[in-house]
Design a protein around this ligand. Sequence first.
Ligand code: NDP
Length: 301
Amino acid sequence: MSVSPVPASRQPGTVERSVTVIGLGPMGQAMAGAYLDAGHAVTLWNRTAARADELVARGAVLAPDARAAVAANEVVVLSLTDYDAVFAVLAAAEGALAGKVIVNLSSDTPARAREAARWLAARGAGQLTGGVQSPPSGIGRAESSTFYSGPAELFRRHRETLEVLTGADYRGDDPGLAQLYYQIQMDLFWTSLLGYLHATAVAEAHGISAEEFLPYASSTAASMPDFLAFYAPRIATGFHEGDVDRLAMGLASAEHVLHTVEAAGVDGSLPALLVETFRRGVEAGHGESSATSLIGLFKGV
Ligand code: NDP
């Protein structure tokens, strides 16, 4: 047996083969499992210890406390509910943080990600912020993607370790950026999903099943990339000339939707918000402009 005074993870040209994962909700469990599958030595800690049982049976080591878990490896992956949980865990591990790379994959606001990065830097640790764009079932798959931000050198050095979890999309130095990209994607995702669910409720109220509606809903969703590709360069240059997408026409259309919804006895608060938004745009003098002029309204400019 050869014994090296330098841990394998620190030897030049080698990939880290050991990580700590803290937080074993569905996401943290999937992440720890992906590292085990990839042959890494995995140290775990979770507030509720029993959630580590299956992973320990597969070879992971459960640390007695958060401090010991952080001390065990240079790279520490956090998968916690939010940054209140992050600070609760990190405060308990404060003395072990110097020299560590905290891969913070917990969701919260960009401001809180920046706050945590500053707090960690003051204790000699670096933070790579991550926004995971995948459910737990997508962990361990290269086609899934996670936004990362933070020190470029840390990202470069640990990229292969991060890519055990998902593909890695580095957005820049600002530790808030990964959360910002993640949250704007969630803004788009949730509002789109809500639109689909609402339209399905109206369909079902008329005896049209979700499966019957599916190809039509899919067709509308599939048309969106063309709209986005058309609008993005116009938005970027502030060009909001209206055509078939005039806001006044959008308002009339939204009112037809609202009346159809109300006639079906379905909750109309979502299309009412649509009507109200379009009406504000028209009242602000953008009736003949493209619907994209609403961006100025949203930003309050
Ligand atoms: P959960 O909220 O189910 O679990 C997160 C973990 O946080 C649990 O292990 C929980 O411990 C721990 N925790 C919560 N509060 C504290 C605290 N005060 N002190 C110590 N530990 C605490 O989240 P998920 O596993 O679903 O997700 C983890 C993160 O990933 C979240 O930020 C989520 O938004 C994000 N995410 C999740 C996705 C998903 O599909 N699940 C998709 C993309 C991102 P305990 O077991 O003791 O309760």
